[in-house]
Ligand binder design. Structure first.
Ligand code: SF4
Length: 60
């Protein structure tokens, strides 16, 4: 299974990922996005990764 990772040093907390896929991403109170679900069914992960303005989301 693909593992989603967020580089907190790059994340600006903009919320784009959460807006695109609230099932998997949540911006915390520290304005850093967190992955709340790895096994995403509901979103196009390629798009979420591509749309992050900071390039903070990666997969391995
Ligand atoms: S889209 Fe990128 S920069 Fe914006 S909150 Fe999500 S991980 Fe952070």
């Amino acid at each position: 299974m693909t593992k989603i990772k967020i580089d907190e040093n790059l994340c600006s907390g903009c919320g784009t990922c959460e807006a695109a896929c609230p099932e998997c991403f949540k911006v915390g109170e520290n304005f850093k996005a967190h992955v709340i679900k790895q096994d995403c069914q509901g979103c196009d992960l390629d798009e979420v990764v591509a749309d992050c303005p900071m390039g903070a989301i990666s997969r391995e």
